[in-house]
Design a protein around this ligand. Sequence first.
Ligand code: NAD
Length: 417
Amino acid sequence: MPELNNAFEIAQKQLDECAAILQLDKAVHQMLRVPMREIHISIPVRMDDGSIRVFQGYRVQYNNAKGPTKGGIRFHPDKTIDNVRAHAAWMTWKCALLNLPLGGAGGGVMCNPKEMSKPELERLSRMYVDRMSEVLGPDKDIPAPDVYTDPQVMAWMMDEYVKLTQRSQFGVITGKPLAVGGSAGRSDAAAMGAMYTIRQAAEEFGVPLAGATVAVQGFGNAGYFAAHLVSSMLGSKVVAVSDSQGGIHNPNGLDVEAVRKHKAQTGSVVGFQEAESIAHEDLLALEVDVLIPAALENVITGRNACEIKARIVAELANGPTTPEADAILNQKGVHIIPDFLCNAGGVTVSYFEMVQNAYMYYWDKDVVYERLDRKMSASYQAVLNASKRFSIDMRKAAYVVAVLRVIEAMKLRGWVY
Ligand code: NAD
């Protein structure tokens, strides 16, 4: 049978496995298997040459039993509805796992932002909100940044919503720049959260992090900060990083800040002088203590999982490991910190941002990090305990904890019995 690579089918398969462990009622299982609501829009945008291009956009509100839905918006040429559904499902489990009073959603636009000018991106961002405004709101559904969307895009979207509603509801969107209601610590929140879980995993499995070797796939927002934090805060050695154009490797350790500067100047990590180039597949197979996939889905597959030599795989990206690869890694004894636990720092600080927007009172960075650490560490422990209690791997354990919490909310609200 060909390996599953449709992100939503993978998300459903993961849920099915959890349903089997928990012996879920059929109707409850079915409700959790499909999105509560999805919106498809066409987005006409005036391009700089005067022509009109129509883009396809989506928003999937997966489950709001625990509160208003929340999830990123991705601008990507390969963004399919199934991809959005998968992200919306994972957001549901992620918010529940972190004990946030939120449901899960996801969104996206099929476009290639690298080929668009800044004014074109602004018009696209504003029109997305125009077409979606009825279903968005701080008490309905709150978007955030994801791949190829950034704080500037969030600021345009927030501004459009404020204009449409004539109310300064900055909490309609998170991941905003600091000057317009963003939270301190939001930009590196996903990576900081991952670092807290890596620290817990290393302690549990006796991997000393000072001097430990780390490879990071993807050197974007999440990947860069992960590389920066593991080297600057944990004292680990980042030996390889990559982006869409290729990878670089230096067994003695890379100067992460120098790599960042090189990428800012040239557009890629490729060509960085104090390193050899390395192919995407070879980076994944490096003999390192910690591997951090921080790019896209389905990069660790049944084909390459047996090549993975890392002791800990910290899934900063969403859905980097296929179910087939999952089974192989677990059999090899690799400790996986599953995506919706590992990268939950982003949504957790997004939630902190919503709270600060509502109170119009902003916290210092230290307060944000301290509260984030508490939430991430408690969630890691909850997953580890479930893993031991049910004798299941960490991903299944994360599902068990999260799904039980969503079901509890659905029961209390009288949706299921
Ligand atoms: P980003 O757009 O800032 O970075 C993505 C990076 O991946 C880019 O450097 C790109 O060049 C690289 N890339 C693309 N294809 C690649 C390939 N085949 N091999 C190696 N690198 C490749 O996006 P981001 O915000 O850093 O998100 C990355 C992942 O982390 C996504 O899965 C996202 O859902 C997840 N995530 C991000 C956040 C956040 O707050 N940024 C939070 C949670 C999860």
